[in-house]
Design a protein around this ligand. Structure first.
Ligand SMILES: NC(=O)c1ccc[n+]([C@@H]2O[C@H](COP(=O)([O-])OP(=O)(O)OC[C@H]3O[C@@H](n4cnc5c(N)ncnc54)[C@H](OP(=O)(O)O)[C@@H]3O)[C@@H](O)[C@H]2O)c1
Length: 275
């Protein structure tokens, strides 16, 4: 049974979900069916992934009632620059064939735009087309600025987290303010799966390196959204709840941080994003 976390608005979100970036047309139904069978209820997409339509179709056929699913999408930078927040949400809903999404997120803190985007998103809560609001790739400074203009605290900050990328101060900052950290690229897109320490711990706990990396995160209360289109790996990545990593091994994993970012800043932001 996948564990859940209570968000700062009282809603519940699974700690584990399926990331669907780069899941292709021909893979979507198979991947979503395998995930649902393995207990996944959280699905993380975005307009820029260009697969909302096929993911929506796969979810509509998955046999799970809508109110038992937690579906996330994100507003892309272009729509932020055009101040087209409600239009962007409506187009995502149309592609997903949904009346509402569970969490709508700012994909990147586009300078000069993201505060206005957040204000417009807060207005959308009234419409019930979105139940919770989150952000991605926000620094402490971005979050401070948000709190200075709005009383609505994001329920989630989705950032890159895995044993080779452990932004501890930002994680502690979020958690101290009731913002759930959600780890994207929690497998570092494969970069730590043959790391010596992960392999040794995998042998010790009779798990795979992927399961060690994912368990390390969820044991810290961090939500994880590993992507896989492979049914066997989808099942493997969800098998995290029947073991725990001992404190001294958690510390060893903490010490592996190398600030390795496998998911770069998008090209259209590189020149203007300052961290
Ligand atoms: N907000 C943001 O800016 C942002 C940025 C990046 C990602 N994300 C979200 O986070 C999700 C996950 O991140 P990601 O897709 O970049 O990377 P990831 O989940 O760290 O890694 C995915 C890669 O690992 C492989 N894989 C999955 N499970 C495996 C296992 N058990 N053993 C070995 N290999 C395995 C997958 O291949 P197979 O499919 O062949 O299994 C795929 O190549 C995305 O899908 C997206 O939803 C958000």
């Amino acid at each position: 049974m996948i564990q859940t976390v209570t968000l700062n608005n009282g809603r519940t979100m699974p700690l584990l979900g399926l990331g669907v970036y780069k899941i292709e047309n021909h893979q979507a139904q198979h991947a979503v069916s395998a995930a649902v069978k393995a207990g996944y209820r959280l699905f993380d997409t975005a307009s820029v992934y260009k697969n909302e339509e096929i993911i929506g179709r796969a979810l509509s056929r998955c046999g799970i009632p809508r109110d038992r699913l937690f579906i996330t999408s994100k507003i892309w930078n272009t729509a932020q620059r055009l101040a087209d927040v409600e239009g962007a949400l409506d187009r995502s809903l149309e592609r997903l064939k949904l009346d509402y999404i569970d969490m709508y997120m700012i994909h990147w803190p586009v300078p000069g735009c993201y505060l206005n985007t957040w204000t417009a998103m807060a207005d959308l809560l009234e419409s019930h087309k979105v139940l919770s609001l989150g952000v991605c790739n926000f620094s402490m400074q971005n979050l401070e600025e948000l709190s200075s203009i709005s009383g609505i605290v994001p329920v989630v900050n989705q950032i890159e987290v895995h044993p080779l990328c452990y932004p501890q101060k930002l994680i502690e900052y979020c958690q101290s303010r009731g913002i759930v950290v959600q780890a994207y690229a929690p497998l570092a897109r494969g970069a730590y799966l043959d790391h010596d320490v992960l392999c040794v711990l995998a042998t010790k706990y009779a798990k795979t390196p992927a399961q060690i990396g994912l368990r390390w995160a969820v044991q810290k209360g961090i939500s994880v959204i590993p992507k896989s289109a492979n049914p066997a790996r989808i099942v493997q990545n969800a098998d995290l709840w029947n073991f725990s990593i001992e404190p001294e091994d958690m510390q060893i994993l903490d010490s592996l941080n190398a600030d390795l970012h496998t998911s770069g800043i998008p090209e259209d932001l590189i020149d203007i994003l300052h961290y």
